[in-house]
Design a protein around this ligand. Structure first.
Ligand code: OGA
Ligand code: NI
Length: 368
């Protein structure tokens, strides 16, 4: 069959890179969003408004400006749910190699990529397209490769062995992002008043924080390499629909092509890429843990007609079997518990059966 006439369901499941390479001139109906959900013409990728997220200079965290940095961190997590992290200490080479090898993976012939295609959400590696391929009525203009990163020893044999340097680069990247995540958690606990660095810290406080950090060390990590090929009608579709991330924090690496939009004061605003930086966002689990103080904010992705875009999202949280609940330290008579306890299993059950966009999972966790 001529790929130019790609119409069948099976063809959509081959992904959007396949559609792009088949030379289609218009997006198929399957990808056309209802008017109200399309990129609004006044907020198109080349238009206004664009917003700079709060910028956190991580190198300042261990200097005399620590208190200020923690304040900015807290302000960003409360009011934006997002920040850009610069001077984070991950070597440029590790970042560049990850983006390069991710790109090379998507350059492989479809038969090679297809080997990892499955609808089973529990596999250590999953190649797919759209957002939630089995449930999506309208498809999104995105292909992805998802890698479970823990425990590395068990998952590694399942990771793609082609391109030849894939595993080496992805291991280096996942280890570096994990270390950075732990450092971020330490700072975030402190910004929430849970981890105190005063000299008066009691042994008990010390032990509590150590225990939380230990749990995160053994925590879950999932990497999603997202590929957004050029799209003939970027105004009719989305690379990703509005969603929040389910973990504790997401560390997102984007290349120099813009596309990420964050919901801020009711508007969709485009986030300008800062080369070599990370976009970090609060996930549902941190919103729950902070009892609603820090916000897991909706975001989506626009595509464009000229350039491919690659991003690597590293989602971190507690171990898969942990209970996620508001920190007892943040709950008092004045601040009652606002969320039910939850776990990954509940989330997986939910996304299997429902539309997981629009923060709908988190809504089901709220105590009314
Ligand atoms: C994600 C995500 C944004 C992007 O992977 O959850 O929101 O820019 N990605 O690719
Ligand atoms: Ni996301």
């Amino acid at each position: 069959m001529s790929p130019a006439l790609a119409k069948s369901v099976e063809d959509y499941h081959k992904g959007v890179k396949y559609l792009h390479e088949s030379g289609i001139q218009r997006v198929p109906k399957k990808y056309i969003f209802p008017i109200s959900e399309r990129p609004n013409s006044s907020y198109t990728i080349n238009g206004k408004p664009k917003m700079s997220l709060p910028i956190i200079d991580f190198s300042q965290l261990h200097g005399p400006n620590r208190a200020q940095v923690l304040d900015s961190l807290s302000y960003a997590c409360e009011n934006y749910g997002f920040f850009q992290l610069v001077n984070h200490g991950i070597p440029e080479e590790v970042i560049r190699s990850m983006v390069d090898v991710g790109g090379k993976f998507f350059d492989l012939p479809l038969v090679e990529r297809e080997k990892y295609m499955t609808t089973d959400m529990t596999t250590p590696v999953r190649y797919g397209t759209s957002f939630n391929q089995t449930n999506d009525g309208v498809f999104c203009w995105r292909d992805f490769l998802k890698l479970v990163c823990e425990p590395l020893h068990d998952v590694l044999p399942h990771w793609p062995s082609s391109p030849s340097e894939f595993r080496e680069m992805a291991i280096a990247y996942s280890k570096e992002t994990k270390i950075l995540f732990i450092k971020l958690v330490e700072a975030i606990l402190e910004s929430l008043g849970i981890n105190v660095t005063t000299k008066n810290k009691t042994q008990q406080q010390n032990d509590d924080v150590e225990e939380i950090l230990k749990e995160f060390e053994d925590g879950s990590q999932l990497m999603a390499i997202n590929f957004y090929p050029p799209c003939p009608n970027p105004n009719l579709t989305l690379g990703m629909p509005p969603h929040s991330d389910y973990g504790f924090l997401t560390l997102l690496l984007q290349d120099e092509v813009e596309g990420l939009q964050v919901k801020f004061n009711g508007d969709w605003v485009t986030i300008q890429p800062i080369p070599g930086s990370f976009v970090v966002n609060v996930g549902d689990h941190l919103e729950i843990f902070s009892n609603g103080k820090y916000k897991s904010v909706l975001h989506r992705v626009l595509v464009n007609s000229l350039k491919s875009r690659i991003s690597v999202a590293s989602l971190h949280s507690l171990p898969f079997n942990s209970i996620i609940k508001p920190s007892p330290k943040l709950i008092s008579e004045k601040n009652p518990k606002l969320y039910k306890d939850t776990n990954f299993a509940a989330f997986l059950e939910y996304i299997k059966s429902c539309d997981s966009t629009n923060k709908s999972f988190l809504e089901t966790r709220k105590l009314t």
